[in-house]
Design a protein around this ligand. Structure first.
Ligand code: ZN
Length: 463
């Protein structure tokens, strides 16, 4: 059973689903005001792998991730560029999905847009005021955080220390510096929606509580996001649900941030790296592999050497897929019952090692190390001519890598049985020192559009 670190309790706990056999996962998605950066790539990959692993484990996963398509940043950029705010949001959202497709991130099962839920948000705000936990001022409606039981649970801080840490200027009317806007009253030139407090727009923290409860229902299983969202965003989402008397997320998962040159990556630090640039410059699978080599809660250092190292590991995966792909077609029928049993035992062993690592707080570094080790061993077995042993290991490793979203290069990159037979014949000719025959076979291989290279690990076929 999967265990995850729950930010609310500060410990690793078993994840038992609310509804047997299915998991509801809500992940805070992008505010679409510009192209996604490398940090966005990390969090989407982390939750993509969490979802894939839950599905691999047999759960039906309802994966909801929102798009914040109205926000100060969108409005500010639209004003600065003299464009419509909807234009900015649509353009940035297209850039977002293009990057997600390039990374092989599964599309969430639902993608609610904030602008489609404004009426529900206005209702929620009115209900909070009706319960006397929110109050109206001249510029909006605020939640009175000191009225909420357990405020500070996720931040692991008391109300007093949170108040003391808050240096943001607040208006006279705001009762406490930590109170936050549920509804922002209309300002000139801004998009507005109607509400019982007059025209305006919802605050960011109100979006996610409305959309997660609307789509996943009370007491949904997992709420995730980057570590930078714990406070105030997630604390404030939770506070609204608690103030309404509704059960919110049962568990909270947070991923660590991306470091560039030893510093937390952010726009203000100037080390902002666009995801599209990285995905063009390297194999997108290498970024996924790099992300999975760090534990999801640790900081991730993205640099040229770490990316190159991940890309090198992928060439070994691709090589194994090429070599084993050709074997698979003619090997199964030749197996003795005993060999078939051994093959099954090997696969079971790899699978259970994988599950053990992943169940322990999504231990992708250990799971990957095991799988890449199996890839290495399978390549060695192939070199030594143990086709059956290699195939079992290769199948187990490739199947489990695919469960993490790492697929070898596609079919036309895999040599078929004819090519493998030619490569085998050429190898035999070389061993018999019949170099003229070996050269003739090489020419045939080249005529089929492939190259054969003799390396320390034996001959390799590639396009
Ligand atoms: Zn959110």
């Amino acid at each position: 059973m999967l265990h995850l670190h729950d930010t609310a309790t500060g410990s690793v706990v078993p994840i038992t689903p609310r509804d047997p056999g299915s998991i509801g996962l809500y992940v805070c998605g992008p505010t679409v005001y510009g192209p996604p950066h490398v940090g966005h790539g990390r969090f989407t990959l982390v939750y993509d792998v969490l979802r894939r692993y839950l599905e691999y484990s047999g759960y039906a996963v309802r994966h909801v991730s929102n798009v914040t398509d109205v926000d100060d940043k969108i409005i500010d950029r639209a004003r600065a560029e003299g464009r419509e705010w909807q234009d900015i949001a649509q353009e940035a959202e297209q850039q977002w999905w293009a990057a997600m497709r390039a990374m092989g991130v599964l599309e969430p099962t639902e993608v609610p847009h904030a602008t489609a839920y404004v009426a529900e948000m206005a209702e929620l705000v009115a209900e909070l005021v009706g319960r006397n936990v929110a109050y109206e001022t001249s510029d909006g409606v605020y939640l009175a955080c000191d009225q909420v039981d357990g405020y500070g649970l996720l931040a692991h801080q008391s109300l007093d220390s949170l108040r003391a840490g808050e240096r943001v200027a607040f208006t006279e009317e705001k009762r406490s510096p930590i109170d936050f806007a549920l509804w922002k009253k209309a300002k000139p030139g801004e998009p507005t929606w109607p509400s019982s407090f007059g025209p305006g727009r919802p605050g960011w923290h109100t979006e996610c509580v409305v959309m997660s409860l609307a789509l996943l229902g009370e007491g949904f299983d997992l709420h995730g996001g980057g570590l930078d969202l714990v406070f105030p965003h997630h604390e404030n989402e939770r506070a609204q649900a608690v103030a309404l008397g509704r059960t919110f997320a049962r568990h909270w998962v947070h991923n660590g941030l991306v470091m560039v040159g030893g510093e937390k990556m952010s726009k203000s630090l100037g080390n902002y790296t666009e995801l599209a640039g990285l995905l063009e410059a390297t194999d997108p699978r290498a970024y996924r592999l790099l992300v999975l080599r760090s534990h999801y809660r640790s900081p991730l250092e993205v640099s040229q050497p770490t990316l190159a190292d991940a890309a090198a590991a992928l060439t070994r995966v691709d090589e194994l897929a090429r070599r084993a792909g050709g074997l698979a077609s003619n090997l199964d029928s030749d197996l003795t019952p005993e060999a078939a049993r051994n093959l099954d035992a090997l696969r079971r062993e790899e699978r259970s090692r994988f599950a053990e690592a992943m169940d322990d707080d999504l231990g992708t570094p250990r799971a990957l190390a095991g799988l890449l080790g199996a890839v290495r061993r399978a390549n060695v077995l192939l070199d030594s001519g143990d086709g059956a042993g290699a195939l079992a290991l290769a199948r187990a490793a490739l199947e489990l890598l695919a469960a993490l979203g790492i697929e070898p290069l596609a079919g036309d990159e895999v040599p078929g049985a004819e090519l493998l037979a030619l490569a085998g014949d050429r190898e035999e000719a070389r061993r018999a020192r019949d170099y003229a025959a070996a050269d003739r076979i090489r020419t045939k291989i080249e005529e089929l559009g492939w190259q054969v290279e003799d390396g320390p690990e034996g001959p390799r076929l590639h396009r």
